[in-house]
Design a protein around this ligand. Sequence first.
Ligand SMILES: [Zn+2]
Length: 324
Amino acid sequence: MDRGEQDKALAQYIRRDVYPYSAFYRARLDESGLRSQVTRRGDLARLRPTVLDEVEDPGTLVLRPEEHTIQRYGEPAVVWKVFWSKLLGRQAALNDGVIDPAYKPVHWHFDAGLPIASSAEDLERLAELGRRWLELAGLTRADHVVGILPPGPNRDYWELVLGCRRAGVSSLHLPPVPSAADLEAANPSVLAGRPDDLSEALMAFRRGRRPLATLHTLLAVGEPLRRDERAHLQTLAGPDVAIVVAWAPPGARALWSECRGGGAGYHTAPDTELVETHQGTGELLWSAIGWKGSVFLRLATGMRANIDESPCPRCRRTSPRVVI
Ligand SMILES: [Zn+2]
C-alpha cells in the first residue's frame, strides 16, 4: 500500500468509523476543527496526540454504532440500511449479519492497564498480521512453533496463537518457564517468547547439556533488543539459530517485526496503521486504520525512533520500518 492509498484508507476510516462512532475522538476531531474532514495524513497534525494516562473512561474509545449515533453521524448508506431494516422489521438481521461482526467487542486484552476491545473482524485482522509476522520471520508450514509467551489477556500471546493458526503452522503453547523435559519433548523448530524467558529456557538446556536439535529460529517478543541482549541470546541458542525480534508500543493493535536476518528495523503494516513521528519531539505516534473495538488516533508511544520508507535492504519489502 503506497502513501496515496493509505491516505485514502485513513480518510475513509475517520469519516465512516471513527468520527461517527467514537465518543472520545468525535470530541477531539471537533475541537481541532477537523470534524470528519481528514483527507491525508498531514491533516492529522492538527489533532493533539493522545496520552494513555489521560484516558479517563476506556469505554469512550470503543466504536459504538448505536441507533442514535448512526442516525446522527453515520454514512448515508448505513442510515438507509437502518431505516429499511426498521421499516421491514429486520433490525435483528442487520445487527447479527452486518453490525455485530464488524463492531461488537467480543474479545478483550489489557495494554498498559487499559482494557482494549476487539471485534470478530479485528481478530481476523490480527490473525492475518500474525501470519505476516511469521512470514517475515521466514517460517514455513513445515515448522513447529513452541510458544512460551504468558498466556492470558495480552496482545502478543493472541497474535502468536491466531497467526500460527492462520499460517497453518503447528504450535504448542507452554507456560513462560517450561521444564527442560517439556521443551525437549516438544522439539520446537521455532521458540517464541519474551527475551528473558527465552534466555532462561535456553540456559536450562545448557545446564543439562542437551541441545534443542531442530531449533532454527527464536522469535523474541515484546521489546526491542539491545545489542548485548541479542548477543547473549545468540550465544545461548547457537550460531545457526536466527533471532527475529517483534514488539510494538502499548496501544498499537499488532506487533512490528524484523524480517529474517534482522538489523533493518521493524516492519509496520501501512494498511492497518499509520506510524508517524511528532514534528517537534520526534516521538512515535500511532493511529489505527480499519480497526474496530478500542480505537486510537495519534497515540503517543513514549518512543523516539525514525521511520524509513525506502525498500528494506534485507527483504526488499516496501512497508515502512521503525528504526531505533
Ligand atoms: Zn525487511
